[in-house]
Write a protein that binds this ligand. Sequence first.
Ligand code: SAM
Length: 284
Amino acid sequence: MTERRASRTAVLVCQGRAVAHGRIAPDRFADPTAMPLLREAERAQVSRVRDEQPPNGMAERMQYEMIRAGSEIIVPRTVAIDDAVRAVPTPQVVILGAGLDGRAWRLDLPGTVVFEVDHPASQQEKRERAAVLEGEPPRYVPVDFARDRLTDALKAAGHRDDEPTTWIWEGVVPYLTRPEVAATVAAVTARSAPGSRLIVNYQAPSLLGGVARKLIGAAARRFNPWAAEPWRSTWTPAAMSRLLATHAFVVRRDHDLLETATALGVRPERATSLRNGRIALADH
Ligand SMILES: C[S@@+](CC[C@H](N)C(=O)[O-])C[C@H]1O[C@@H](n2cnc3c(N)ncnc32)[C@H](O)[C@@H]1O
């Protein structure tokens, strides 16, 4: 991601949610905010996938496949995180690297203050897109994890460090270096009252996954969302658990997305991506 440009990977995952809405595990997954958060051309791509109308050109076909594959990954990821958020209600929820996440509008969390932290360029675009959504918006907190002090920015936005927080960190860790991930966890700990919970989605190492993403991205040419947002870190469950323990978070559960997909009855074509996508739930 560059200084001026909003996240394209955020658009891709939002397109995945829009494709999945009402089609994949509809009894457990729904995201009515996804389609309204997209722009016209992005919605047209979603409609093609929903209608199962693959285009002919190679680059267009790769874009189509990327969005389709994303829809399979996003459902177990969303359901696992939503379940964890609802399981232990807290007065504050902070979504780190929120992108086009619609949880602030979609989840019914009465009495909970929701903060959205994101890179300033992505957040500016989110604010414009979210103007069409009904309901109370989150408190927006612009932060570049690579440069800014998350602790100060949250405090200034009214986040309280004497009340428990549920932290949602979905689809962001791969885009940060290991020191950036560690610094963010340290900042999260600094603002976590006892009873806080961190829900972190991360990628386990996979040689083939990285190669496949590069090939698909190159074939999709200008649409390639990973051109400006390369993956910078993957973590084994043991390494993630050690990092969290260093910062006073105890991992209660760490599972891969294939487990959740199987429980949902979703039969993905790309089991490898789901096996390497993980969610750790850690308590402070
Ligand atoms: C793949 S999107 C995920 C968005 C959202 N969490 C979701 O799952 O739908 C990656 C997000 O990470 C954010 N991000 C990446 N690098 C960042 C940084 N250095 N500082 C702040 N946000 C960053 C992007 O702005 C983008 O919103």
